[in-house]
Design a protein around this ligand. Structure first.
Ligand SMILES: CC[C@@H](C(=O)O)C(=O)SCCNC(=O)CCNC(=O)[C@H](O)C(C)(C)COP(=O)(O)OP(=O)(O)OC[C@H]1O[C@@H](n2cnc3c(N)ncnc32)[C@H](O)[C@@H]1OP(=O)(O)O
Length: 250
């Protein structure tokens, strides 16, 4: 199993569990995220925490060793759409969703964290929308969510620079909700969440969801997915992934 899904004291925790490959997303993790989305809708939970095993990575995006087999636009679209759909379901859950960013979050990993309501990041982490270096854009809706989250120029800069940012930079540009330096910082965040009635959290989340529905967030995400699928099919993308996967042979 590539993930763990637990509910304890009305808190649902999803842990990506592939540290040896930097918690990259494969089919199994996608199934897990779909299970999360379903169970979180049905259960009486207070909030959801998404995190990952180890301290090296939160998530390194799509598992390129698997997804590199997808060559055509149609093949890429099918994977991107499935993941984009489940991330949208997670983003619009009726309860707060917290990314506990325990290590690097790059590519699709940064998209998952951006889909969450809160991003608590450890001091050592580096995060970035590095998709540009692979000659593609974000393709799971994360670019659209970033424009919803950051000031316009900061979002555009983070997407087009296509580099990893330090925790200090992520705090400065507003992507990080909080840089967690100690376990006590983490404890204090959850203490503050827990002192507010779940129905109050749900009511505020509903305001955000109404805004996203009124501004056709889902359609905008679908357009992002479509454009990424087109770029995916280009040689420039396949060559860049070849270079990443064969870096050890050079
Ligand atoms: C597919 C959707 C698309 C989107 O919509 O956004 C994407 O997500 S594109 C994918 C973007 N991801 C990447 O380009 C991967 C980038 N990875 C890294 O930059 C680094 O691995 C890291 C995350 C910063 C961690 O660095 P480090 O701790 O130094 O580890 P290594 O680089 O040595 O990696 C260890 C091991 O894991 C393999 N690995 C890492 N990420 C992936 C991945 N996404 N897919 C497949 N394999 C991955 C890496 O190749 C190493 O393997 P070995 O050399 O065999 O040990």
């Amino acid at each position: 199993m590539s993930y763990k899904l637990e509910i304890s004291e009305q808190i649902m925790t999803f842990t990506i569990d592939r540290p040896e490959i930097r918690n990259a997303i494969n089919e199994d993790v996608m199934v897990g995220l779909e299970e999360l989305a379903q169970k979180a809708q049905e259960s009486e939970i207070r909030y959801v925490v998404i995190t990952a095993s180890g301290s090296q990575a939160f998530c390194s995006g799509g598992d390129l060793s698997v997804f590199h087999e997808l060559k055509t636009e149609a093949q890429a679209y099918s994977m991107l759409k499935r993941m984009g759909d489940v991330l949208y379901r997670i983003k619009t859950l009726p309860v707060p969703v917290i990314a506990l960013v325990n290590g690097a979050a790059v590519g699709g990993g940064c998209e998952i964290a951006t889909a969450c309501d809160y991003r608590l990041i450890r001091e050592h982490v580096k995060c970035g929308f590095i998709q540009g270096t692979l000659a593609i854009t974000s393709g799971w809706g994360g670019g659209t969510y970033l424009f919803e989250t950051l000031q316009h120029d900061r979002a555009l800069q983070m997407l087009t620079e296509a580099r990893v940012y330090t925790a200090a930079e992520l705090q400065q540009n507003g992507w990080a909700t909080e840089v967690v330096r100690t376990d006590e910082d983490l404890h204090n965040f959850f203490k503050s969440m827990n002192k507010i009635q779940p129905e109050v959290h749900r009511a505020y989340k509903a305001i955000a969801i109404r805004k996203w529905q009124e501004t056709n967030l889902k359609d905008r995400v679908d357009a992002e997915i479509q454009r990424c699928a087109e770029l995916w099919a280009e040689d420039a993308h396949h060559d860049a992934v070849d270079s990443f996967l064969n870096k050890g042979n050079k």
